[in-house]
Design a binder for this molecule. Sequence first.
Ligand code: ADP
Ligand code: MG
Length: 274
Amino acid sequence: MAARGHGGPWPRPESCRVIGVANQKGGVGKTTTTVNIAAALAMHGQRVLVIDLDPQGNASTALGAERDNQARSIYHCLVEDEEIRKLAQPVPDIPHLWCAPATIDLAGAEIELVSLVAREARLKRAIDAYDTSELDYIFIDCPPSLGLLTVNAMVACDEVMIPIQCEYYALEGLGQLLNNVNLVQAHLNTGLKISTILLTMYDGRTRLSQQVAEEVRSHFGDLVLETLVPRSVRVSEAPSYGQSVMTYDPGSTGAAAYLEAAREMAHRTPGTGR
Ligand code: ADP
Ligand code: MG
């Protein structure tokens, strides 16, 4: 219990932690994890910015951000050097939480970025220009691919967090993801590390979920958070109300799990699993 930091306020990191939430597979819980861990941290006094880097904009929707076609979005930071500060929106009902939204423009960014100078480092540039002394965490919700948007996230962040769904084929493609992290580390961002793995949509009644969880733990050891996020209907309902499950149904098992996962993250030294 003490290691998970029960009781007492959550410690602030010494400097802002920039965490990319990545897995090129769709539907594994990247967005859900980003939104709910960010909300849980903010509800415990941390200052948090979510950058929505997925053209589908699901994180923006779940955080109640405005994203009509007129709205400036993270696309403009990447392609037009807009400042993040100018488009980050406060999240309704959750103090200390902001969202830099995605709009559908971002769908073209993978192509448009190709011809730009320092195309892999556009997001890093935008984050470097932001006064991060005002923040404790930046979470970057990546799209389900390993293209230039995800590479931009990996160049801009210090830590990669990988949600893994406790399902058949969960580990398929993970090698490719790890390989990409290694490539970015070797050539573009030497400080990059995988800091956190979170098991999502766990169903304790099935042998399969248990097997996947065991396999991931035996492979990644202390990088895997102790907390398992269970499959929970409330978690999947929350986004349609423009909310995180943390505000939509704080008493649900999903909210409790994300709160625990956030607490573990806040109390760990990144990358050591302790
Ligand atoms: P990704 O961002 O990796 O594509 P999402 O976070 O959008 O994945 O999740 C995929 C789908 O699964 C969404 O419909 C989401 O609401 C649902 N989902 C995610 N986590 C849970 C959970 N713990 N319980 C039930 N449904 C979940
Ligand atoms: Mg997503």
